[in-house]
Design a binder for this molecule. Structure first.
Ligand code: TNX
Length: 544
């Protein structure tokens, strides 16, 4: 009754919807929920004569993405025009400096019966306006139904929208299982569709090295391949079983450039992660001289934390990593380079004469400070190349420079400590954002690493911990979801784990806290799933 009443009012009057609760009941399903939305009577109907209006080249490039997204559904491309023409309907894109209060990622979208206007102070904002427009259109595709059946109607609305957080990320581990270039692009498409802007690409780990480095060809020949993979869970009782199937792959530098460009066109920054000093066994298999004991090593076939790490006493390690990073910074224009820093056991360093000599020479207290020395040295190198580092929260333990950004993964503790110490922080707590954890009852879900982070839990997350003062809270750049792939063999499984929890995360980082409403979100997801069906996304359905 209430719902009908609302729709009736919405049809008769111009209604402002300021909160999330009402969006699903109005029939719209925008995810993440926009800041302000006013619905009015009538709709704009798109057809093949509709013109796209732009007044400069940069805007033309952004507006061109509209065709990229909607022409697979409509079956036609819209033409550009420099000026409005009284005889045809139009979608106008306009850079408007007066909207700078919405940030360059915020936008205004106005839909009337004969025109659509998307305005922003930046190109990113125009792009996000397109994402909203896409979601205002019906979730159908012309090839599934006779073309004359589809009415490409967009309800008359006025939307003003802007992101809450600057860092809105999705991570993907392509080391535990290699993912194709095509899938990586699809993953980026989904990030952009949900108005997220960071793709954290985990490229090196014990079980595989995935980036071609010209100076070290054995990384592609040896480190990118493992002889077999574990069957079942690492902690299952009894001896481990392996599948006997060689697994691997790597991205050539040309492929990486292609992916970085693809992401840039969608306003997504690719942040590469090159792990050090731990999670390095794949590199050590090709270059055992970089370890403390000298090997030989195999690319790892078990999951977990591996004791063989880069030697922190040997200069060759630093030379190697600096040469690797020199190629990495040439491929990735990102302001940040992630250098890992997590889960580095100190067993080998404790008994390594070179590491012990370094501890003595540098007046370090112990192996933890040796890790601090390692990270600081790499940070200095990257700073000299004009980049900032990000590391997992363990980097706090050995003492780091204030310019390092901390990614808090072991719950929120690391993030809280880092913000209090004046570091920028990205919240990635396993308790809310680890999408490799179970999302439903273990008995009915495919095998996962463990724990439990259901959709509602992700949705409930607030990236600014309560323990921080308002000033400390300003160090929180945003949050991101993690997709560690130990138990995700392929793209299908990654999608199943990533969505719809990724939709929830998108709303956590984009939407205002006061506009969030879990029931409304679930309502909107139902229509969103029809879009996923069309896009071929293997999402997990809602529990009833
Ligand atoms: C911890 S998160 C790791 C990863 C694993 C993940 C599994 C982090 C910085 N390290 O190496 O894949 O747990 O959930």
């Amino acid at each position: 009754m209430k719902v009908k009443y609302f729709v009736l009012i919405a049809l008769v009057f111009f209604t402002t919807i300021a909160t999330g609760q009402n969006i699903a009941s109005s029939g719209m399903s925008i995810i993440p929920v926009p800041d302000k939305l006013a619905l009015s009577e009538g709709c704009f109907e798109l057809d093949s004569t509709t013109k796209i209006i732009v007044s400069d080249e940069a805007t033309k490039q952004t507006a061109g993405m509209l065709n990229e997204f909607i022409s697979p559904a409509t079956g036609y491309e819209l033409e550009f025009s420099n000026a409005k023409d009284a005889n045809s309907k139009c979608i106008e894109f306009r850079i408007n400096d007066e909207l700078s209060a919405l940030s360059s990622e915020g936008y205004k979208l106005m839909v009337t019966e004969d025109s659509i206007l998307i305005e922003s102070s930046g190109q990113a904002g125009l792009f996000y306006g397109i994402q909203t427009l896409r979601q205002l259109m019906p979730p159908v595709i012309y090839s599934n139904v006779p073309i004359h059946w589809v009415k490409w109607q967009v309800p008359c609305v006025e939307i003003e929208d802007k992101p809450e957080f600057k860092w809105r990320g999705m991570h993907l581990d392509v080391c535990r299982y290699f993912m194709s270039k095509e899938f990586v692009k699809k993953y980026i498409d989904l990030i952009a569709m949900h108005k997220m802007n960071i793709f954290h690409w985990h490229l090196t780990d014990d079980q595989g090295w995935r980036i071609e480095i010209k100076k070290y060809p054995k990384l592609a020949e040896i480190s990118a391949w493992r002889n077999e993979s574990l069957i079942g869970h690492l902690n299952a009782p009894g001896p481990h079983k392996y599948d006997g199937i060689r697994h691997g792959g790597f991205y050539t530098q040309e492929e990486i450039k292609e992916i970085v460009k693809y992401a840039k066109d969608r306003f997504v920054t690719v942040v590469p992660e090159i792990e050090m000093p731990g999670h390095a066994k794949a590199a050590l298999a090709a270059y055992p001289n970089l370890s403390c004991a000298g090997g030989p090593f195999e690319v790892e076939k078990n999951w977990g934390v591996i004791k063989d790490v880069y030697c922190a006493g040997d200069e060759e390690t630093f030379e190697f990593l600096q040469n690797v990073l020199t190629e990495v910074v040439q491929l990735f224009p990102s302001e940040y380079i992630h250098i890992g820093g997590d889960e580095c056991p100190k067993d080998r360093w404790k008994v390594c004469p070179k590491c012990q000599k370094r501890i003595a020479n540098e007046n370090l207290k112990d192996e933890h400070e040796l890790q601090g020395y390692f990270i600081k040295r790499m940070e200095k190198f990257l700073n000299q190349h004009g980049r900032k580092i990000i590391g997992w929260d363990e980097i706090l333990e050995g003492g780091i420079d204030p310019s390092a950004t901390v990614m808090s993964w072991r719950g929120e503790k690391g993030g809280i400590a880092a913000a209090k110490a004046g570091h920028d922080v990205i919240m990635a707590p396993n308790t809310y954002t680890y999408l490799d954890y179970y999302q439903g009852p273990k008995e009915t879900e495919p095998l996962a690493i463990g724990s439990f982070v259901p959709l509602e839990k992700v949705y409930s997350y607030n990236p600014v911990p309560q323990a921080l003062t308002e000033d400390e809270g300003k160090y929180i750049l945003g949050a991101q979801a993690q997709l560690w792939t130990e138990y995700m063999k392929d793209a299908e499984r990654v999608e199943y784990m990533a969505y719809p929890r990724g939709c929830a995360l998108a709303e956590v980082v984009w939407s205002k806290k006061d506009n969030k409403d879990y029931n409304d979100f679930r309502g909107r997801l139902k229509k969103h799933f029809k879009r996923f069906d069309i896009l071929g996304v293997n999402y997990r359905n809602l529990d009833n």
